[in-house]
Design a protein around this ligand. Sequence first.
Ligand SMILES: Nc1ncnc2c1ncn2[C@@H]1O[C@H](COP(=O)(O)OP(=O)(O)OP(=O)(O)O)[C@@H](O)[C@H]1O
Ligand SMILES: [Mg+2]
Length: 304
Amino acid sequence: MNVKEALTQLHPDDFKVLYAIEKRLKTHEFVPIELIERDTKLPLHRLERSLYHLNKLKLIRRMSTSVLGYRLTILAYDVLAVHSLMRRGILVALGEKIGVGKESDVYLGIGPGGVKLAVKFHRVGRQSFRHIVRHRTYKEEENWLLQSRLSAAREFTALKELFPRGAKVPEPVAKSRHVVVTKLIEGAVELYRKPDIKDPVKALIDVLETVEIAYKEVGIVHGDLSEYNIIVIPETSEAYVIDWPQYVEKEHPSALQLLRRDIEYVVRFFKKVYGVPIEIEEVLTRLGVSGSSDRCDTRESSGH
Ligand SMILES: Nc1ncnc2c1ncn2[C@@H]1O[C@H](COP(=O)(O)OP(=O)(O)OP(=O)(O)O)[C@@H](O)[C@H]1O
Ligand SMILES: [Mg+2]
């Protein structure tokens, strides 16, 4: 069951119930049925039918110790985000999955007028949860939902600062819960696939200018820049820097090291794959941060 399948099987009562449970996310581990009844104002027989249905679809989990209560699953959180984006008129339809990252799933979305969108579901710490998926406790899952929501909020904030300043990043459209919606960059390919770029120098300049805008104008460092977080349109040689939730502020003690490392990865990749002759020190001087010789090569590439 995925979010699209789940959405097609839900009745308006089911949404009422999910929203009512979500409302108590912070205060209740399991929301007692009486509270759901009060918040949804549904007659008991309809409420029970909905709870049964939601439980079968694995959108809620039930707990019956002293009182009977319910909580949301991660799938339900996906459903709520997509449903609310649709109600707000941002998303008309959800399409194919177009990307699976370490910490996200990215889907194609269709907005009003057929505009193509990228819908990114943040999934913080997914890898560390995979092996214990069946035994996940409430605290872990709650933490997971909140962490993923925080990650989405950070990415959205960064994009909203970067995009209007001319940085080559996807245009931010909206955010709901742990989901960030941006305009789709059509025809873009991940740089790690080494596409045949018409003018690789232009692509590299796009990236370096974005790094410069981020650092000098917004005051942030990407912190996970590599060929895995750059997408390129081979025909036009335009390059975009994606995946911003882990950015650090300029004032952060590791900011300079991260900046140098980000630039090193990109420059090295363009040199190796496309033969672009450019020196790291040149770029750093331009950013006004040269002179520092402390290197930091310990990071593994952020690939899959
Ligand atoms: N706006 C966009 N336009 C086109 N494709 C996009 C867009 N946003 C994301 N993608 C696609 O989705 C993939 C994953 O996106 P992103 O890097 O943001 O997620 P991620 O989970 O953080 O990845 P990882 O953690 O593995 O680096 C990208 O490699 C890209 O192919
Ligand atoms: Mg990525």
